[in-house]
Design a protein around this ligand. Structure first.
Ligand SMILES: Nc1ncnc2c1ncn2[C@@H]1O[C@H](COP(=O)(O)OP(=O)(O)OP(=O)(O)O)[C@@H](O)[C@H]1O
Ligand SMILES: [Mg+2]
Length: 537
């Protein structure tokens, strides 16, 4: 039972619309003191809109009551803004590129009228792994470092109500653990929080979860209650079927299957919900083709990149073979993006040798003829913001000399496959992060490259879309022999790679096949293996 005086937030009949589009309708819930409430749900389900309404940054219908204070609009919410802290979604959107980490602290402290608390600030900086990099400009931080800087800035005022919109997207597994330690300590001091997340392992740490679907809350409960509700539909192993979803070594099906039942996980709640709504898995077809592909796609010998005195990548050897999915893993700032940028020629190589598709790369000219064979999804959103999603894809198609008919067919195919057909006429800034990621991938695939470089393509993407995405990657590999170099902070996705290379502070600490790793570390899942290897090296 919720005690009346325990209640710090009441949301009554909340609706948010953008023009004709209804983002959420008639949402009702309460939040208790010291409670951590988790929002989960598909991309575009209405989580961010709900968070923004509570934080008083968008107009809404309905009523919100925060500790007895009633508000109906952003203007009325002004009064309580000092007690609430919002961290919006996106890799460090609230940062200023030309301010350093330290200057961000000074700026935000001034803005919120806070006194300097060196001990607390030091703790936040250390938690985020930014203590040593206080003089670095935000523009020179890695994606995850930017995310963590935004996060600790939102913790700086010690808010009574903390609202975090996917705070751990792009954040490495080690920092995710540290973040949770801080949140639970602040909770002891009386803070409540509402946190949306795409990582189901951390959703299970919340006191209560609300599952959003197409603008409504369709389930509320503890993690245990939600997973219990799908136990009859969860099976061991993966199968190819038009009636069931398979992902991460499990299959979800409403009809009985001749397979062993498996312990349900929160990820399964999404699949079972989709099945109950009559949704079917998308069948991904990639017809077999014998493409002329050399055996070694990338060979890098002792690649090194320095920024001033700082060595971002220190003599990295790397090989990517034909038809291989190679996972490039490592904590935030380990040097993954920098390495990919060297491979692509976006950063000059300071030392070392590079061969791409059999060709020694020495200058920019050496790369020109290879361009049409390479696809790239960058970590930082890099398509045109003032073109609609459809126009962006058309532009990319034309850049690669595809004809109009071909472009149209491909846009049709990928938008259906990745579920962004409803967003084709929207601008990138108006759509959820997960949707932008999906069409970035489509853009990289339009010209049918032989090798794909994917820098965190699944960060912030919902569970079902990630499962479609991995199915496609495996088909591209199996049916066409395409090679893929991919970075991810979802350790469960590493299971889909053939081999992983792990970087730590610019050095390679591991290069091993996944099957071998499971032999070396029996009975451990990949996240446990990763954390152990990282600690020991
Ligand atoms: N232009 C630059 N100037 C100075 N330092 C830089 C620059 N670009 C990157 N760095 C630094 O190099 C290191 C590696 O960054 P990189 O982006 O490669 O990390 P990453 O492994 O991709 O991390 P993440 O998981 O957060 O994406 C970081 O410490 C980053 O701050
Ligand atoms: Mg990166």
């Amino acid at each position: 039972m919720i005690k009346e005086n325990n209640r710090i937030l009441e949301v009554k009949n909340l609706s948010v619309s953008y023009g004709k589009k209804v983002a959420i309708k008639n949402v009702n819930f309460t939040l208790r003191e010291k409670e951590i409430l988790g929002f989960i749900g598909a991309d575009g389900a209405g989580k961010s809109s709900t968070l923004h309404a509570i934080a008083g940054v968008v107009s809404f219908e309905g009523e919100i009551i925060y500790r007895g204070y009633i508000y109906h609009s952003p203007k009325e919410a002004e009064k309580i803004k000092n007690e609430i802290s919002l961290m919006p979604q996106g890799l460090g959107l609230v940062l200023y590129d030309f301010l350093s980490v330290k200057e961000h602290f000074d700026f935000f402290r001034g803005l919120r009228g806070l006194k300097k608390d060196i001990e607390y600030e030091t703790r936040l900086l250390k938690m985020a792994g930014l203590y040593e990099f206080q003089d670095r400009l935000a523009r020179n931080l890695s994606g995850g470092m930017r995310q963590k800087l935004s996060l600790i800035l939102s913790l700086l005022p010690r808010p009574k109500l903390l609202i975090l919109d996917e705070p751990t997207t792009g954040v490495d597994p080690i920092s995710r653990v540290e973040l949770w330690n801080i949140v639970s300590e602040m909770r002891k001091e009386g803070m409540s929080a509402i946190i949306s997340t795409a990582y189901m392992s951390e959703a299970s740490k919340m006191d209560r979860l609300m599952l959003f679907d197409e603008g409504e809350i369709i389930a509320v409960g503890t993690s245990q209650e939600l997973t219990d509700s799908i136990k009859d539909y969860t099976y061991e192993g993966e199968i190819e079927s038009s009636k069931c979803f398979s992902f991460n070594k499990k299959t979800y099906c409403l009809e009985p299957l001749p397979l062993n039942k498996a312990t349900p996980t929160l990820e399964g709640v999404f699949f079972v919900n989709a099945l109950k709504k009559g949704k079917k898995p998308i069948l991904i077809e990639v017809s077999k083709k014998d493409l002329k592909i050399p055996d070694i796609i990338v060979k890098a010998k002792c690649l090194t990149k320095k920024f001033g005195n700082f060595i971002a990548d220190d003599c990295i050897d790397l090989e990517l073979r034909k038809g291989e999915i190679l996972g490039l893993l490592g904590a935030n700032g380990a040097g993954k993006t920098t390495l990919i940028k060297m491979l692509l020629g976006l950063y000059p190589i300071d030392e070392g040798e590079l061969y791409l598709l059999g060709k020694r790369i020495k200058s920019f000219e050496d790369r020109i003829e290879l361009k049409s064979k390479i696809g790239y999804v960058s970590q930082k959103f890099s398509l045109y913001k003032d073109l609609t999603i459809k126009e962006n894809l058309e532009y990319f198609g034309r850049m690669h000399s595809l004809d109009t008919k071909e472009i149209k067919e491909k846009i049709d195919k990928y938008s259906k496959m990745f579920g962004f057909e409803g967003y084709l006429n929207s601008f990138p800034k108006d759509v959820p992060l997960g949707i932008n990621q999906r069409f970035s991938l489509a853009a990289a695939l339009l010209h049918e490259p032989l090798v794909l470089f994917l820098d965190e393509p699944t960060s912030g993407v919902d569970t079902i879309a990630r499962s479609v995405f991995w199915k496609l990657l495996r088909k591209l590999k199996n049916n066409l022999g395409i090679s893929i170099l991919i970075t991810t902070h979802y350790m469960s996705e590493a299971e889909y790679c053939d081999r992983v290379v792990v970087l730590k502070r610019g050095k390679k600490i591991m290069d091993e096949e996944i099957t071998k790793l499971h032999e070396m570390y029996p009975n451990m899942d990949f996240e446990e293996i990763f954390l152990k290897v990282y600690k020991e090296n």
